[in-house]
Design a protein around this ligand. Structure first.
Ligand code: FAD
Length: 592
């Protein structure tokens, strides 16, 4: 069976050496968040993931969820694991204390999300959506709704869902048909069919809180006529006890390629009682709050699954004996050398490692800005961090989930034929990773969000929140000779990104199709530069620390940084060439 060791050492290195932990503990709400506390929380989280979740990952995939007459049973072990998850307080880690949460920063939580996704991606989908519901309700819900629902979501007794998709409407939510009719009791009766609803029905919690997109009777056509409603499985009394079953039900669950232990439900709402969340016809504003949260969470799924694939591939490459090293046998006493001696295997392992560790740094960088966005003292600081989160959200979602799929695939390749058969367990990672590129807005849609909304927003203000720190850092490195081996390729890649940005902004103004045609390549170029910058920061820290180090931690970082900047970053050259050659060959040929 595949084992998992949470990367606590790497996380702490990033948290307290690459970034400054005082930036977090100086926030008014985080003065007790010392590095010791962070370490303790991560170690406890690691224990939970390593002991409770890894061993039910494969069995959960084999068994899947069971549907019987509207009820869904999760695979064996999931209910117990969820009870332990809730009992340990993991469900309320970042939630406000007044609702029963622990008020800890996103920078701490992000690591736990990664660990959960590494250990059991399907399990992570149940609490994952609840966090998004909490945030949308906290920001847009009326006080009585918040008072009744938030404490139950925070303590994990109730879970949440996001009900957007309908059979005829996925990406284009303006097409949705579900209706909400106002009643005399200040609530609404919701009628319609939703499909593909993650955790729409299950046996982990006593109640399920659905956030549903629907139309009011007089709503304008399209996306501007969509409102958001809350409709629970059981209608609660004011004290939170359950009163009666609401008129909504799961009609079937999907049989699918991966995340088989995550229930994907078709839901029927038949005059279900619901309450408006936010303003009429402004449902997308509230839903985007939830989706942006969820998009970062899905990015973490990409990282988490990449990490466990890397761990499995490393173990295999060290133990599987095949062939001899071209540089002369490394283990003449054995019948063959381990796979890891072969340059092509090492190339694959370094690709996995450099992407995974670089992506971890990137997610922590974004999480810090989530904390500053919510808690910084000045309006300007909060605004600037919000700008950064806005621009990085589609990149984290799409780039990291593309990485998740690519890396699990490389991990399978390292296992050869043994990876393709089920026994080793690594083919599950490839199957599980695949959905992350599709849900929460398919990756092509994330790229459109980047070029269509984020790039032009406020005359490029969002972009500057990324470009300025990178530019400043590069300039600071000019006098540092040892850093030039890293800085030169990062600088070149950054230059390509700057030129491509100007080109897309200009061509997009003349013809939006031109920007759309370049969007996916641009997002990848952006992601690679962001990771290049992270590796630059990691290399800078490692060079400073290496001379006083008692082990080879920093040396390994420097080797991996060199690999990334020399062997991965050059891909920015081909992306740049493709973007700059224009969009005519994509958009001009007639549709037929
Ligand atoms: C396992 C699973 C779990 C899910 N969980 C949930 C959930 O909890 N709640 C929920 O509401 N939904 C959920 N979904 C639905 C998911 O979010 C949608 O499948 C996704 O948004 C894409 O919609 P679609 O499948 O209808 O594809 P379509 O919208 O038909 O798109 C098909 C392809 O065309 C592309 N495309 C579409 N429009 C454009 C455009 N304008 N420009 C360029 N490309 C375009 C898309 O990127 C995609 O690649 C889930 C789906 C699955 C499979």
């Amino acid at each position: 069976m595949i084992s998992y060791k949470a990367p606590i050492g790497d996380l702490l290195f990033l948290y307290e050496e690459v970034f400054d932990p005082n930036d977090i503990s100086n926030l008014t709400s985080q003065q007790e968040t010392t590095t010791d506390l962070v370490k303790t929380i991560w170690e406890e989280g690691a224990k939970f993931c390593e002991d409770q979740l890894v061993h039910i990952n494969r069995s959960g995939d084999e068994e899947g969820c069971h549907f019987n007459n509207g009820a869904v049973r999760t695979p064996e072990g999931f209910k117990e694991a969820y009870s332990k998850y809730v009992a340990s307080g993991w469900s309320g880690l970042t939630c406000e204390q007044k609702f029963g949460g622990q008020g800890l920063p996103n920078s701490v939580n992000i690591a736990l999300e990664e660990m959960l996704c590494s250990a059991n991606l399907a399990f992570s989908t149940y609490p994952g959506l609840t966090r998004g519901v909490y945030r949308a309700l906290r920001l847009f819900g009326a006080e009585p709704l918040k008072k009744l629902y938030l404490p139950k979501l925070v303590n994990g007794e109730w879970s949440g869902t996001m009900c957007l998709t309908e059979p005829h409407c996925g990406t284009d939510l303006g097409l949705l048909r579900t209706k909400a009719i106002p009643t005399d009791d200040d609530n609404y009766l919701i009628t319609g069919s939703k499909i593909f609803i993650t955790a729409g029905e299950h046996d982990l919690t006593e109640n399920i809180v659905h956030l549903v997109l629907a139309r009011l009777p007089d709503a304008p056509k399209g996306i501007k006529g969509v409102s958001l409603f809350l409709a629970p499985k059981y209608l609660p009394n004011n004290d939170g006890t359950l009163r009666s079953r609401n008129s909504l039900a799961c009609t079937s669950i999907e049989h699918k390629m991966g995340i088989n232990a995550s229930a994907t439900c078709a839901m029927n709402f038949d005059q279900a009682v619901g309450w408006l969340v936010g303003e009429p016809n402004k449902g997308m504003q509230a839903m985007f709050t939830m989706m942006n949260d969820a998009r970062l969470g899905v990015g973490m799924q990409g990282l988490g699954i990449a990490e466990i694939s890397y761990q499995a591939a490393t173990t295999y490459a060290e133990s599987r004996l095949q062939g001899r090293s071209l540089a002369g046998s490394k283990h003449p006493e054995k019948p063959a050398d381990p796979l890891v001696v072969h340059p092509d295997i090492r190339r694959m392992l370094l690709t996995m490692r450099s992407f995974t560790e670089g992506a971890r740094a990137l997610t922590l960088w974004v999480a810090r800005h989530l904390d500053f966005r919510d808690n910084a003292v000045t309006v300007e600081a909060r605004q600037s961090s919000d700008d950064f989160v806005q621009v990085m959200t589609p990149i984290v979602k799409a780039f990291l989930t593309d990485l998740g799929f690519d890396i699990t695939n490389i991990g399978l390749q390292i296992h050869g034929g043994h990876g393709y058969i089920r026994e080793t367990g690594v083919e599950q990672y490839v199957r599980d990773a695949r959905i992350t590129q599709i849900y929460e807005g398919a990756n092509g849609i994330q790229a459109l969000d980047l070029v269509g909304r984020k790039l032009p927003a406020h005359a490029g203000r969002y972009l500057r929140s990324f470009f300025h720190p990178v530019q400043n850092w590069l300039e600071k490195q000019n006098d540092n000779d040892e850093m030039q081996v890293f800085v030169a390729p990062i600088s070149k890649a950054f230059g390509r990104l700057q030129i491509a940005t100007g080109y897309i902004a200009q061509s997009g103004q003349k013809n939006p199709e031109a920007a759309a045609a370049a969007a996916t390549e641009y997002l990848r170029l952006f992601g690679l530069v962001a990771l290049g910058y992270m590796w630059g920061r990691i290399a800078e820290t490692s060079l400073n620390k290496q001379s006083s180090a008692t082990n080879d931690f920093y040396l390994k970082k420097l080797v991996t940084a060199k690999f990334f900047t020399q062997h991965i970053l050059p891909e920015t050259g081909s992306l740049f060439a493709s973007i700059m050659s224009g969009s005519e060959t994509i958009i001009n040929p007639p549709i037929e």
